[in-house]
Design a protein around this ligand. Structure first.
Ligand SMILES: Cc1cc2nc3c(=O)[nH]c(=O)nc-3n(C[C@H](O)[C@H](O)[C@H](O)COP(=O)(O)OP(=O)(O)OC[C@H]3O[C@@H](n4cnc5c(N)ncnc54)[C@H](O)[C@@H]3O)c2cc1C
Length: 501
């Protein structure tokens, strides 16, 4: 249970991969897959490769400590740089350099590399005054919890969305009041949560943030659903029901991405989960829950990480499509150039957003260097449209080459000589061409590739409602005024003309 972890006073500093794997072996969350409880995610076929990739990120920290780590202001130990509360532009850029190193390790395919939520929790800690103002009893806990995460380099998942039962009515109006996770009981020691949250990517994380995201509308009715808290994933009563894996257990040769970067998504069930007060940050406060992401800067800092990830992902797609074109000799066709150019423009657009967000960063009300929001908001609204289109480009360029593709077993099978001959390409022999096209297939056609498209469309929220929020939150009066002035001038000009004639 979290209180035990949080207060045993141990401080480990930045972890290595083996420490992550050991903890998962010893302290496994209650994860269900294909009708069974998973005993050990480090050996289970649906999880082990993704978990290994996660562990490799922690190893990477110690391979490039100057980039990835910094000295903890509390313990002096080396801790992960994505926990840094940046005070200067240089510090902020050093965080994005660190995040890029992690994103590059999976070509941006691990959306839940731990920096994503480290940035969220770091923002909550930096904006703790907002939480304290909302509720002095629990608000301060966000800071203590953040320090615990940072000093022990723990990895978070999070869950925000209520179950997709009836979207026509709000949370409190569902057929069962305990469909969506809600407060069932309150005691001197803490609260008890019962119900469900729709999704958590990376259920094999150490801890889970349970925060509100969907706008809660009714102060009274929605209050039992309005909370922000965090828990160890192995807390009693917390259950993760997983989807079918997109890692089919094939070799790296056959499924180069799916066999490495499967993060898994799970529905989170709260079976009367006890949460000690020290793990609660927001409580029964609809207004503060609706405002917390924005006011603490969490949304900005998460978006900052997302744009870095988008750059890594787009760079990968640019390299992939360029190499495909080069390999089969299609690079001279104009529509191929147009498509590659489209990806290049997308990449430069994301880089420009990042650069603008960092260059225009300012100290916020808590004295933290906060990236500029407008370019990040633009980026997070744009990429859900760009990514599916770039995957479509891979399909348009690869055509039958994406399915005319033998497996590793075929390479050594009875037709291996024929494969050598008939799978050659303009600038690659069969042994070079086939892995490249298998990679393109895994990015654009496989279950892994399709899930990535769905992820990019939705992981940050419903694009329709994000656009609604953008329109509501970005003042457009100056632009409307300019048009009004033009129309008024035109009217005056027309009147003057009329008087003349
Ligand atoms: C691969 C993947 C990973 C994810 N990982 C996480 C995670 O780790 N943690 C987490 O908390 N969440 C995660 N999510 C959930 C994500 O935040 C949601 O998918 C997103 O917010 C949309 O909500 P929904 O899926 O419930 O869609 P719904 O809200 O059910 O929407 C379904 C459809 O109905 C439309 N619709 C519904 N309500 C309205 C409305 N009021 N107005 C207009 N249109 C409406 C939507 O536009 C959409 O087309 C993940 C999602 C995916 C696909």
């Amino acid at each position: 249970m979290s209180s035990k972890h949080q207060h045993d006073g141990k401080v480990n500093g930045a972890r290595r991969g083996e420490q992550l794997l050991k903890k998962l072996r010893e302290d496994s969350p209650e994860i269900y897959y294909a009708g069974e409880r998973v005993k050990d995610v480090t050996t289970h076929p649906a999880f082990k490769n993704g978990v290994q990739s996660l562990a490799a990120l922690y190893d990477l920290q110690w391979k490039q400590p100057d980039v990835m780590l910094y000295d903890s202001p509390a313990s002096g130990k080396k801790v992960g740089r994505s926990f840094m509360i940046a005070k200067t532009h240089d510090e902020l850029r050093s965080v994005s350099k660190m995040m890029k190193a992690w994103a590059d390790a999976s070509f941006g395919m691990m959306g839940r590399s731990p920096d994503y939520l480290n940035r969220a929790m770091t923002a909550y800690a930096s904006g703790v005054d907002f939480l304290i103002q909302a509720n002095p009893k629990v608000g301060k806990n966000a800071r203590t919890y953040y320090e615990y995460l940072r000093e022990n380099d723990l990895c978070l998942t999070h869950t925000l969305i209520t179950p997709q039962a009836n979207r026509a009515v709000n949370t409190a109006k569902q057929a069962d009041p305990y469909l969506a996770a809600r407060v069932k009981e309150e005691t001197d020691a803490g609260i008890v949560i019962r119900g469900c949250r729709m999704l958590a990517t990376l259920p094999a994380a150490d801890e889970i943030m349970v925060f509100p995201s969907t706008l809660l509308k009714n102060q009274e009715e929605d209050a039992p659903y309005a909370f922000g808290l965090a828990l160890p994933t192995n807390t009693k009563g917390l259950k993760f029901q997983c989807r079918e894996a997109v890692d089919y257990g094939h070799s790296h040769y056959d499924h180069p991405l799916g066999s490495r970067f499967e993060e898994m998504d799970a529905v989170v069930i709260f079976d009367d989960v006890f949460v000690p007060w020290e793990n609660v940050f927001l409580y029964r406060d609809v207004k503060s829950c609706n405002e917390a992401y924005a006011r603490t800067g969490a949304i900005v800092n998460m978006s900052h990480q997302v744009v870095v990830k988008n750059i890594a992902k787009t760079e990968f797609l640019l390299g992939l499509t360029s190499l495909m074109a080069h390999t089969i000799g299609i690079e001279t066709f104009q529509h191929i150039q147009e498509k590659i150019a489209e990806i290049w423009v997308n990449m430069e657009t994301m880089k420009a957003f990042l650069r603008a967000a960092e260059a225009d960063a300012t100290l916020d009300e808590y004295g933290t260097m906060r990236p500029a929001w407008n370019p990040l908001d633009a980026a997070r609204n744009l990429y859900p449209r760009l990514y599916p289109r770039m995957v479509e480009i891979i399909q348009q360029m690869g055509a039958s080459g994406l399915v005319a593709m033998p497996t590793e077993a075929d390479m050594n099978g009875p037709l291996s000589e024929e494969i050598q001959k008939y799978y050659q390409a303009a600038r690659a022999d069969a042994h070079e061409r086939i892995p490249l096209f298998r990679l393109a297939w895994d990015a654009a056609l496989s279950a892994f590739g399709s899930r990535q498209v769905l992820y990019e469309r939705f992981f940050f929220g419903d694009p329709v409602r994000m656009a609604g929020a953008l329109v509501a939150n970005h003042d457009r009066t100056a632009y409307m005024d300019r048009v009004r002035e033009f129309l008024a001038r035109a009217k005056e000009e027309a009147a003057a003309e009329a008087t003349k004639s």
